[in-house]
Design a protein around this ligand. Structure first.
Ligand code: NAD
Ligand code: UDP
Ligand code: UDP
Length: 343
C-alpha cells in the first residue's frame, strides 16, 4: 500500500520545464506586467528558461492563468493578481511593461479603463523603476503611427492619429505613455526602452481575441464564412511571436534608447491572408465582405533598419510556418473545449 501511495505521489508531483542554472549574481529579478497574456506568457517562458526570477503582475482582463500554469509553484516564479492602475511596491532589476488590452474589441470594450491602464499604470511602473533603479521596457505599438501617410513606417515618423476616434483610447494612451517614459528618462534618469510592436500572432492568442489571424483561423476550422472588414485590400505585416520575444529581449539588453520598430516587413493584404489560411486548413469556406471598420489603417509595414543595425535583429519565421504552428494550437484548443463539453 505504501508503495502505491508513493507512486501516486510521484505521478502527481509536478515536473517543470527545464531552466538553466545561473550563478546567483547573474540572475535577474524581472517583473513582467501583463505576463499572463499572449506576448507576456511567451516572454515568461524565455526568461524563466534562462534561469531568471520572474514575477508576473496581471489582472486577468484578457490573460489567463492557463498561459503560465506550467510555472506556477516553481521557486523562481511568482504570480500576483494585480491591477497596475494601483501602485505596486516590489524589488526588481528589470521591468517588461506589457499590461494593456491589445486587440481592438478588447481595448474598445472599456475605453476609459484602457486609458487608465496605459497612463496611470505606466506612471506607476515608471515610479517603481525610479525607486528601485530598474530598467523599464515599454511595449508600444505601430498604432502610434495611426493611418500612416508614410510607407513603410520608420521610427522618425510622427504618425497620423485621430485623437477622438474609436481607436484613440489605445493609440493616444500609448503615445502619452511613450512621452512619460522619456520624461522619466530625462528628469529622473530612469533607463527606458520602447518597442513599437507591429501585428503579432501565434499560439496562446486568445481564441476570442477578435484580431484578424485568430478570426480567420477559427472561421476556417469551423468551416464558417471568412469575414473581411471592407474589401480586404488593406495591408498588414504579420510577425510570429518567437521573433518578437527575441526582439524584446535584445532591446532590453541593448544600449539603444530611442523607440524601435519590431515587426515583420513582409506585407500582405487582408484578402491574401484569408486565402492563405483557408487553403492551409483546406476547407472550402467562403470569403465574404462586411462593413469597413472606422479609422482602419489602410497600410502598415515596419521599417526595421534600426532594429537590424542596433539589435542585430530581424524576423526569421515565415508566414506559412508561423500560421501552421498557430493553426495546430487552435486545433488543440478547440478539441480541449469539445472534450470539456462532453465531460
Ligand atoms: P493580451 O491581451 O494577450 O495581453 C495583455 C495582458 O495584460 C493580459 O494578460 C491582461 O490581462 C493584462 N492587463 C490588461 N490590463 C491590465 C491592468 N490594468 N493591470 C494588469 N494587467 C492588465 O495582449 P498581447 O497581444 O499579449 O499584448 C501585450 C502588449 O503588447 C500590450 O501592451 C500591447 O499593447 C502590445 N502590442 C501587442 C501587439 C500584438 O500584435 N499582439 C501589437 C502591438 C502592441
Ligand atoms: N509607485 C509605485 N511603486 C513604487 C514607487 C512608486 O507604484 O515602488 C507609484 C506611486 O504610487 C506614484 C507613481 O508610481 O503614484 C509615480 O511615482 P513617482 O515617485 O514618480 O512620483 P510621486 O510618488 O512623487 O507621485
Ligand atoms: N479584419 C478583418 N476581419 C476580421 C478581423 C480583422 O478583415 O475578422 C481586418 C481589420 O479590419 C484590419 C486588419 O484585419 O484591417 C487587422 O485587424 P486586427 O484587428 O488584427 O489588428 P489591427 O492591425 O487593426 O490593430
Amino acid at each position: 500500500e505504501l508503495k502505491s501511495k508513493l507512486e501516486e505521489l510521484e505521478k502527481s508531483h509536478k515536473v517543470y520545464p527545464k531552466v538553466k542554472f545561473f550563478p546567483l549574481n547573474d540572475q535577474k529579478r524581472i517583473l513582467i506586467t501583463g505576463g499572463a497574456g499572449f506576448v507576456g506568457s511567451h516572454l515568461v517562458d524565455r526568461l524563466m528558461r534562462e534561469g531568471h526570477r520572474v514575477t508576473v503582475a496581471d489582472n486577468f482582463f484578457t490573460g489567463t492563468k492557463s498561459n503560465i500554469e506550467h510555472w506556477i509553484g516553481h521557486p523562481n516564479f511568482e504570480l500576483i493578481n494585480h491591477d497596475i492602475v494601483n501602485p505596486l511596491y516590489i524589488e526588481v532589476d528589470e521591468i517588461y511593461h506589457l499590461a494593456s488590452p491589445a486587440s481592438p474589441p478588447h481595448y474598445m470594450y472599456n475605453p476609459i479603463k484602457t486609458i487608465k491602464t496605459n497612463t496611470i499604470g505606466t506612471i506607476n511602473m515608471l515610479g517603481l523603476a525610479r525607486r528601485v533603479k530598474a530598467r523599464l521596457l515599454f511595449t508600444s505599438t505601430s498604432e502610434v503611427y495611426g493611418d500612416p501617410e508614410v510607407h513603410p513606417q520608420p521610427e522618425t515618423y510622427w504618425g497620423n492619429v485621430n485623437p477622438i476616434g474609436p481607436r484613440a483610447c489605445y493609440d493616444e494612451s500609448k503615445r502619452v505613455a511613450e512621452a512619460m517614459c522619456y520624461a522619466y528618462a530625462k528628469q529622473e534618469r530612469v533607463q527606458v526602452r520602447i518597442a513599437r510592436i507591429f501585428n503579432t500572432y501565434g499560439p496562446r492568442m486568445n481564441l476570442n481575441d477578435g484580431r484578424v489571424v485568430s478570426n480567420f483561423i477559427l472561421q476556417s476550422l469551423r468551416n464558417e464564412n471568412i469575414t473581411l472588414y471592407g474589401d480586404g485590400s488593406q495591408t498588414r505585416s504579420f510577425q510570429y511571436i518567437d521573433d518578437l520575444v527575441n526582439g524584446l529581449v535584445s532591446l532590453m539588453n541593448s544600449n539603444y534608447t530611442k523607440p524601435v520598430n519590431l515587426g515583420n516587413p513582409d506585407e500582405y493584404t487582408v484578402h491574401q491572408l484569408a486565402t492563405i489560411i483557408r487553403d492551409m486548413i483546406g476547407n472550402r469556406n467562403e470569403i465574404i465582405m462586411k462593413e469597413k471598420m472606422e479609422d482602419d489603417p489602410q497600410r502598415r509595414k515596419p521599417d526595421i533598419t534600426i532594429a537590424k543595425e542596433h539589435l542585430n535583429w530581424e524576423p526569421k519565421v515565415t508566414l506559412t510556418d508561423g500560421i501552421q504552428r498557430t493553426v495546430e494550437y487552435f486545433r488543440r484548443e478547440l478539441n480541449k473545449n469539445k472534450n470539456n463539453q462532453h465531460n
